[in-house]
Design a binder for this molecule. Structure first.
Ligand SMILES: NC(=O)c1ccc[n+]([C@@H]2O[C@H](COP(=O)([O-])OP(=O)(O)OC[C@H]3O[C@@H](n4cnc5c(N)ncnc54)[C@H](OP(=O)(O)O)[C@@H]3O)[C@@H](O)[C@H]2O)c1
Length: 311
């Protein structure tokens, strides 16, 4: 299994990264420090995760004590849905860089193609912003030119939306981050990205087991307890999580599993050193059933929000 994917900028991106959604404070600091100790070299965060200052603290401690250099770690961050207007996008990345304690991010992604007005902390109101993501994209292109973003890309975009980005001059996107796992193969998007030299990162690669479900019947569709995955994992003597992660990396994607549990952080990292047989790989490909855990339902009605069938 290759430990890196090569971007269209020529840069290398590790194939396994540490996801940090829902991780903050002490739990984030101790689990990230352990992950870096083990050898994880990609950190996936976002301005909306509220944990960039915690990540910055871990990095500063490791760099100042000589245990790591900034260039040894690949940091992906994302521009929040409330910051899609040009000036706001630039401010958003500046704040992320300040909190992370670095002068550049290795990858900066537009978190979602739909913009939302910032209605204040704790507010449940969702008010759509009329800004178009192509405005955000030109802001990212200038951040790439000034060196604060070493590569740029998108997340949660459809093929049609990426085509609009590709029509927007240079540089083209290097990344797509999308929900992808054994129940959601995303074949169309993956083939499109391969054809356009865009590296894909699978988020929620384990099926986001802690994410709230709409109704209890959905819990039965939890990927980590799939009987077919259980059978394969028993046969190959790997854990279900390792089978699921290896499967995605074998498809040529990067994965960013999140865990606050040391044993799992290690278990996930150890999925890079073995391969599935073609037969088992094909069986897992056959599990695709279009189950999407992140439905972003409160974006329904936004002109850039599309159901999964249209991806
Ligand atoms: N671009 C986007 O819009 C977007 C959306 C969602 C996620 N992401 C990124 O993708 C990352 C991963 O996605 P995710 O956090 O949604 O889901 P995930 O990585 O599929 O699942 C995380 C959950 O799985 C558990 N887990 C981790 N390793 C395990 C193992 N070996 N065995 C059993 N359970 C295990 C974790 O529990 P413990 O922590 O309790 O160990 C946690 O509850 C995020 O953290 C974030 O960085 C991006």
């Amino acid at each position: 299994m290759s430990r890196y994917l090569i971007l269209n900028t020529g840069a290398k991106m590790p194939t396994i990264g540490f996801g940090t959604y829902l991780l903050q404070g002490d739990a984030l600091r101790s689990s990230l420090d352990y992950a870096l100790f083990l050898g994880y070299r990609l950190i996936d965060t976002a301005s909306s995760y509220g944990n960039e200052a915690d990540i910055g603290q871990v990095l500063r401690d490791r760099i100042q004590s000589g245990r790591m250099k900034r260039k040894d770690v690949y940091i992906t961050t994302k521009i929040a849905k409330t910051h899609l207007k040009r000036a706001s996008t630039i401010r958003c990345l500046q704040k992320s860089l300040h909190d992370l304690g670095t002068s550049y991010a290795d990858a900066v992604l537009i978190h979602t193609p739909w913009g939302v007005v910032d209605t204040g902390p704790g507010s449940d109101t969702v008010e759509f912003d009329d800004v178009h993501f192509t405005e955000t994209w030109t802001a990212l292109q200038s951040l790439f030119q000034d060196g604060s973003a070493r590569s740029i890309g998108v997340s949660n975009f459809t093929v049609k939306q990426i085509e609009q980005i590709l029509d927007n001059g240079s540089p083209p996107p290097s990344h797509l981050q999308m929900e992808c796992h054994a129940y959601l193969a995303q074949n169309k998007l993956k083939a499109f990205c391969d054809a356009n030299n865009i590296v894909v990162t699978a988020y929620s690669p384990l099926g986001a087991p802690a994410y709230p479900v709409d109704d209890e019947s959905e819990r039965e569709r939890r990927l980590l307890s799939d009987p077919c995955i259980a059978k394969i994992s028993e046969r190959v003597r790997k854990t279900p999580a390792q089978v699921l992660l290896t499967f995605l990396m074998q498809r040529g994607m990067a994965v960013v599993p999140k865990s606050k549990t040391n044993d799992r952080i290690k278990e996930n990292f150890d999925s890079t050193n073995w391969k599935l047989s073609k037969k088992d790989f094909d069986i897992i490909m056959g599990l695709d059933c279009g189950v999407k855990y992140f439905k972003f339902k409160n974006r329904t009605g936004h002109p850039e929000f599309f159901p999964q069938e249209d991806f």
